[in-house]
Design a protein around this ligand. Sequence first.
Ligand SMILES: [Ca+2]
Ligand SMILES: [Ca+2]
Ligand SMILES: [Ca+2]
Length: 238
Amino acid sequence: MGVGQSKGVEGSQPSKIERRMVKAMAEKAQSGQFSLKSFNSIIMKFHKIDESFEAVRIVFRKYDKDGSGAIDMEELKHCLKELKVEISEKEVEELHAESDMDSSHVIEFKEFIVLLALVYLLGVSSCSGSTSEPGQPTQKSRIGLPQLEATFDTIVEAFVFFDRNKDGYVSKEDLVDAINRSSPGRQGDKIGLERFEEMDWDKNGTVTFKEFLFAFTDWVGLEDEGDDDFRREGGLGI
Ligand SMILES: [Ca+2]
Ligand SMILES: [Ca+2]
Ligand SMILES: [Ca+2]
């Protein structure tokens, strides 16, 4: 289809992982299995979502051996091994690069959530010794955090709700249309454009699932390790 292929930041092509992610999201959107009527039902779940993210903090701290507030490549390899994620060295490096939103070369807490979501949704996943067929969800939790997986599913549902044209990206038009349909008369354009700016991390005019999730961690009030000052100074005002 080629949709979105020319939309990368100047000179940068979407990475392999991003292309897989967009394809996965487009397939989910087109499957018609999601029937969210309004974003409000997601907002109602913010507290639960925040809780499930907070549960990840314990895992994060465990692998952040030196307590720096971030996980480096070696720590990540160790972490994925213990979570029984079967993945090649090269894939770890790709995942690391994809999740390192701020290009700091280490994975901060909120980036760690993005990383786990990619592991979960792209199925670069564990339990490969089990009897399940490829593409079939296993009964067993894939990353060992069932509550978090339920949260990821909820956020996928939200993303699909906004991706009106089902191409695996949320565009400005998608977002404004979704808001207008969800709550008529609520200035969808204005709200939509503000939210869009927050979500479009690399400012390339489209929002990928990764960017959506990353914005989501802010909406539910999640903080990076040692982020207190940022919140006190007003955070993002949501
Ligand atoms: Ca980083
Ligand atoms: Ca779209
Ligand atoms: Ca973007």
